[in-house]
Design a protein around this ligand. Structure first.
Ligand code: FAD
Length: 470
């Protein structure tokens, strides 16, 4: 049997992070009609951070959070766990869309990160945080040239960056696929175990008076109830509330404006068994422990966990399924896991004896502006923050802040920023949406094969302000 197939043979079809003794009991679903001040829909980072920040801002707030399956079952508990202070999908995206607010966004991102980590300290949440920074690695000599100019620009702009040439990058992480490395130390950026963060926040919330969480409870639809309040029809009952925050991200929403803002893009990962000391020695990564991503459009992201596994995801193995496919059957994609395993072994051929323990997929909420889309409706009684486009571990805490401020929880001048007020272009209807995503994905793969050179279609999208860059 081929090496990658053999290595995948016993991999569990389950997110690594969920297969943990830290997973708490799933709470009972809603079983009767309820009333509250603030209803939060969605038990991922956005919903959890929103509940906590609303409570911190108004300690007597009466909050209900509902989650259709269990807390951390969405992207938040399935992601790569790269935690960054970046709020808007990288500098290139910021300079294209929000250049006048670039400095403010950077400051707000750093403040958000600082407060996030302080919260972990304050409540004693052990999310296996490691301050690794992020290192981009170039996979061919041409990419090295582009990456080096990015390094020079970043350095000139005062960023804390370190350049590694081919020899020195391989001293950091020994892969014959790496031709250069650019390490963004960026203060507190690093990695976490994302499900542990979700469950830690859930635990903190359950210890706050006036916070109730119902799991296994799906929102079916919302409607205004008079001029002052809202009515949420849920599986198990009706919830009357003054305000609603939709923290449903990529999941199909009954609110048209949210639905048109995002599409669900599946992204897949595999994880190895814990590496032995000898295996770690072979790749040298045990010492530096940088979180890694390749310097390409369809980039892989890979990192070491606390127990020395490697999680490996992304690359060309991402999919948008026709008409917003989000069914769990889309996590069963043997060919994509095989592709990832092959790419893993091409990156680390020395690890030829390593086996994979887990394989899984999750859905990324992709917006046309490639970063969060906040919004508000029903005269300020319903708000949302969705669409982090694969960069939401840290940014979702800020998205949650915007969401609750839009609902009147100590609103600040961030609500006047163009980042909050600018409307995102809606996605096109099917079949144009599916065709457009497929076409663009193929064009990005082609550009990566051409050393980053963008073809006609990508240049056309760039011109419209719709071009995707990593
Ligand atoms: C595979 C993968 C890897 C990623 N890696 C990274 C990374 O390394 N770094 C990074 O910064 N970002 C990453 N991301 C993105 C990041 O995970 C998300 O941006 C972030 O978790 C979004 O949090 P959220 O709470 O808004 O959404 P989610 O975590 O998706 O939460 C939404 C929740 O709403 C619930 N819900 C939806 N509809 C309803 C309803 N009708 N009723 C009740 N509940 C409902 C869902 O069940 C879900 O739990 C990744 C995403 C994926 C999928």
């Amino acid at each position: 049997m081929q090496q990658h197939l053999e290595a995948l043979q016993n991999a569990k079809a389950c997110p690594l992070w969920h297969d943990s003794e830290a997973m708490p009991e799933v709470l009972p679903p809603l079983a009767a009609d309820e009333k509250c001040e603030l209803l939060i829909v969605g038990g991922g980072f956005t919903g959890l951070w929103a509940a906590l920040q609303a409570k911190e801002r108004r300690p007597d707030a009466d909050i209900i959070l509902i989650e259709q399956t269990f807390v951390g079952d969405g992207a938040s508990g399935r992601c790569g766990g790269f935690l960054s202070s970046d709020l808007a999908h990288g500098e290139t995206n910021v300079s294209h869309r929000f250049s006048a607010e670039a400095d403010r966004l950077e400051k707000l991102g750093k403040q958000n990160m600082k407060e996030l980590l302080e919260t972990l300290e304050r409540y004693n949440i052990d999310a296996h945080y490691e301050n690794t920074g992020l290192m981009n690695v170039a996979l061919n000599p041409l990419a090295t040239v582009d990456m080096h100019s990015e390094y020079k620009q970043a350095k000139a702009g005062g960023e804390d960056v370190v350049w590694f040439d081919q020899d020195s990058v391989r001293e950091q992480v020994n892969s014959p696929a790496f031709f250069g490395g650019l390490w963004y130390r960026r203060g507190q950026d690093g990695v976490i175990d994302p499900a542990r963060l979700c469950w830690g926040l859930k635990d903190v919330l359950l210890n706050q008076p006036g916070v109730r969480i119902f799991e296994g409870t799906r929102l079916l639809g919302v409607e205004p109830a008079g001029k002052e309040s809202m009515k949420a029809n849920c599986e198990g009952g009706v919830i009357h509330s003054d305000k609603i925050l939709m923290a449903t991200n990529a999941f199909t929403s009954s609110i048209g404006k949210i639905r048109r803002s995002v599409i669900p893009v599946w992204d897949y990962q595999i994880a190895t068994e814990p590496l032995t000391g000898e295996q770690l020695e072979k790749i040298g990564w045990g010492k530096s422990r940088h979180a890694l991503a390749d310097f390409s459009n369809m980039f892989h992201y890979f990192r070491i966990t606390k127990d020395n596994r490697i999680t490996y995801g992304g690359g060309a193995a991402v999919r948008y399924y026709f008409n917003r496919g989000i069914d769990e059957k889309f996590a069963e994609v043997p060919d994509l896991y095989e592709q990832l395993a092959q790419e893993f072994f091409a990156t680390f051929p020395q690890l030829d004896d390593v086996k994979f323990s887990h394989k899984w997929g999750g859905i990324i909420a992709t917006s046309t502006r490639f970063c969060m889309v906040p919004g508000v409706a029903y005269d300020g009684r319903l708000a949302w923050s969705v669409g982090y486009t694969g960069h939401g571990v840290g940014a979702s805490r800020f998205g949650a802040r915007i969401g609750i401020e839009l609902l009147g929880y100590q609103p600040s001048d961030i609500l006047e920023m163009q980042f909050v007020t600018a409307k995102a272009l809606p996605w096109a209807p099917e079949p144009f949406r599916w065709l457009g995503v497929r076409f663009t994905q193929n064009a990005l793969i082609k550009a990566d094969k051409n050393g980053g050179k963008r073809g006609l279609w990508l240049r056309f999208l760039d011109m419209l302000g719709l071009g995707f860059t990593c």
